[in-house]
Design a binder for this molecule. Sequence first.
Ligand code: CDP
Length: 225
Amino acid sequence: MDKKNFISIAIDGPSASGKSTVAKLLASRLNFLYVDTGAMYRAYTLAVLSSSLNAKNEKESDSLIGKIEINFDENNHVCLNGKDVSKEIRENNVADNVSYIASYKNIRLFLVSLQRKIANNKNIVMDGRDIGTYVLKDAEVKIFLSADVEERARRRFSENKEKGIDTSYEECLENIKKRDYIDSHRDFCPLRPASDAIHIDSTNLSIEEVVSKMEEIIKKKGYLL
Ligand code: CDP
């Protein structure tokens, strides 16, 4: 079937802006597949750390390209070499190293090719940093979701608390600022809004309000029922 029979929705934005939560909810309401590309970079990072490789060394980190398997199971949980690692990838050691891994071009090309394969011939909501600018640059709908950095740190802090991950608010703030910097300053596919993306600032919006705004945007473009 022609790709044009399917709709792609690209949601990009900085860390803890709420992308995953709203993208998941939006996808389930639309009955679209949801793909969390950040989980794939996190799974690759976990593979590097568990192989005792140095995540700050590009050559060492590149050595796993093509040798590991990253996919999503029937519950949409990310798997590394067939094992559900959706919990481990949220740990602090992964959060601390993932932006180094995501700055390496060959690792990005490896994961982008998996992402495009997953998205092929499907109605999809995909979230990340470079979805509207690179991975799915022909996406029908592109949204750039942001929020103040302090609000994002508050959200990540309470999310971690719920998941039993031990971090302080200050640590969350520092990690988010560091990742914002690395993600937006890398050479290949830096975090930035696509020229045709619609911006939503979620600082003072509830999850429901953000999802409603997205549905409105999709409707206005003529893609919603
Ligand atoms: O959940 P959170 O907002 O903390 O981040 P994530 O979506 O899980 O992504 C983790 C990291 O992966 C980001 O900080 C980026 O370094 C990287 N990433 C990327 O470079 N490109 C993507 N499409 C998705 C994630």
